[in-house]
Design a protein. Structure first.
Ligand SMILES: Nc1ncnc2c1ncn2[C@@H]1O[C@H](COP(=O)(O)OP(=O)(O)O)[C@@H](O)[C@H]1O
Ligand SMILES: [Mg+2]
Lengths: 236, 295
């Protein structure tokens, strides 16, 4: 799996909200085809890391390279075109757009994305409700839509911010199955997750964050040995 | 003679038509304001000046280059639109990060400058612009004589309003606009060039004002102050309709034009006031406007 160079490399990443210093040198790597999970308590900077990679936070220093390209210099709307899709924590479904329009909103950035038919096969609920306003969907359906609309675009990598947050167990299971399907299709995923049990089922590797930094990284096989540390840091 | 509410039908319908014409301009102008405000969060005080600019472009094309009404109907909005694009790139786009007051003050200043320039060269008296020969004369509707040009203005404004509404509600570009109105950063993170979208939107809003201006030229006189006279009423229309609602801007524009016309029939002294009276009532009862979403 860890062949050649990483698809995404983040090195010494610092980020600020105004004067507030939120990231203090984040280092991480994600290889092509991997699912990597960022763990950490509330407020340690997981969301900020994803937003800084995307370019949503402009006050940042350090190194972000994707597929050999330097992302630090790109304007916000060019990042997605390198092949990264963003699924925000708050889902970002548009109320004034129908389900269809939400699905078709993100521009296609590369060949190899799914067709609308394939997406509707994967998400039959969305097809039934394609003409309703996006925010009329249930929380689970909105999360599905937030992921689904990225699958059309042909991106190589997804940044998923707490996709299971606040959802019923049966929906969490469906999202787990979805991530497994995407992984089989070769999608690279950087996942932020508080649901530790969910994360341990879908991830190949973990990074643990504390105080705006990555403090540990380990593969899923080391999970049993790491439980004491995780209990301490995460309080799970 | 047939009477309606004790008033000759002819006079009644005549005033209603005047109201409908005024309403057509209110609708087109408040629509442009709503489109601009929705996405840019800028209250475009230069809208009246851009309307005046549209009329003057038509007038100058005719007097200097001999270019008539029909080509001007395309050229005037195009030129005013490009002017808007340049203004947005050079100045407005630098103000988005600041307090919205800066955008308002800038466009207000721009309006004063534009009006000042045209006043300097053309004075305050109006310049006539002839009705194009194709639309000269009138049509007898049996109960009244409808000047053809006025009928055309009503039809044209309906087409413009419906076209703009359809562009925003029914097309892919429109879904970008609506999404960017809700959450511009996220739309940009998806790979849409939102800064370009803002520029084009300001250009579109300006072009709508320019189109209203050239349509108005044969009805009202072409004068440097034609915009500032109108824009005050249009802002009242926007307040009544509610900021940012496309359909609300259109419907309220026609409604208030008609209300003005009706008042002229029954109580002429109040016809200039009625829009503001309605505005005051709406502000008391429903501050977000008839079509506005409550905050
Ligand atoms: N919009 C914001 N403005 C200012 N500070 C913020 C903002 N968002 C997050 N922060 C701060 O940045 C730090 C990291 O937050 P975040 O990345 O959201 O954490 P996590 O996703 O790990 O829960 C926190 O201290 C939080 O208070
Ligand atoms: Mg978070």
């Amino acid at each position: 799996m860890t062949s050649a160079a990483p698809l995404l490399t983040v090195g010494g990443l610092n980020a600020w909200y105004g004067e507030g210093h939120a990231l203090h040198g984040v280092d991480l790597e994600v290889f092509s085809g991997e699912t990597v999970t960022l763990l950490g308590r509330n407020g340690v900077g997981k969301t900020t890391t994803l937003r800084a990679i995307m370019g949503l936070i402009r006050k940042r220093t350090g190194r972000i390279a994707f597929d050999g390209k330097d992302l630090m210099r790109l304007p916000l709307h060019r990042t997605a075109h390198q092949g990264i899709g963003f699924v925000p924590e708050e889902r970002g479904i548009f109320a004034t757009l129908t389900v269809d329009e939400n699905l078709l909103l993100p521009p296609v950035v590369a060949e190899g994305g799914m067709s609308v038919e394939e997406i509707f096969d994967l998400f039959p609920n969305l097809k039934e409700r394609r003409n309703s306003p996006g925010t009329r969907l249930s929380g689970g359906e909105q999360q599905m839509l937030a992921i689904a609309r990225m699958l059309r675009t042909g991106v190589k990598m997804l940044l998923l911010d707490e996709p299971t947050e606040g959802l019923a167990p049966v929906i969490v299971q469906r999202i787990g199955a979805l991530l497994a399907t995407l992984k089989k299709r070769g999608m690279t995923i950087l996942l932020v997750e508080q649901n530790f049990r969910f994360a341990s089922r879908v991830a190949d590797r973990f990074y643990l964050m504390e105080h705006g930094k990555v403090v540990a990284g380990f593969p899923v096989g080391e999970l049993p040995d790491r439980m004491t540390q995780l209990h301490e840091v995460l309080g799970v | 003679m047939t009477m309606i509410f004790g008033i000759p039908v002819q006079a009644f319908l005549g005033q209603l038509l005047v109201g409908l014409i005024n309403g057509s301009f209110y609708a087109m102008l408040s629509l442009g304001l709503a489109v601009i405000f929705g996405l840019l969060r800028v209250i475009n005080f230069a809208h009246g000046a851009q309307y005046m600019l549209g009329a003057f472009v038509g007038y100058l094309l005719l007097t200097h280059l001999g270019i008539g009404y029909w080509p001007a109907l395309i050229l005037a909005p195009l030129i005013v639109g490009v002017f808007g694009i340049v203004i947005e790139r050079l100045a407005l786009s630098r103000l988005y990060e600041l307090d919205p007051l800066y955008g308002l003050l800038f466009t207000f200043g721009l309006a004063l400058v534009l009006e000042g320039i045209f006043r300097y060269y053309y004075g305050v008296s109006g310049n006539p612009y002839a009705v194009p020969p194709l639309l000269a004369g009138g049509t007898n509707l049996g109960f009244m004589l409808l000047p053809n040009y006025r009928g055309w203005v009503v039809v044209a404004s309906l087409i413009v309003c419906f076209g703009t509404w359809a562009l925003i509600e029914k097309t892919r570009l429109g879904s970008y606009l609506r999404a960017a109105t809700e959450n511009p950063r996220l739309v940009q993170a998806f790979g849409v060039n939102v800064p370009l979208l803002l520029t084009l939107t300001y250009g579109l809003g300006s072009a709508l004002a320019g189109l209203a201006g050239i349509l108005a030229a044969p009805i009202y006189q072409v004068s440097p102050l034609m915009g500032s006279d109108l824009i005050i009423v249009v802002f009242a229309v926007v307040v009544v309709g509610g900021m940012g609602s496309i359909l609300g801007a259109i419907v309220t524009g026609y409604m208030l034009g008609l209300a003005e016309g009706l008042t002229k029939v029954f109580y002429p002294e109040a016809s200039n006031l009625v829009v503001f009276v309605i505005m005051a009532i709406v502000l008391l009862v429903r501050p977000a406007g008839l079509f506005g979403r409550d905050a």
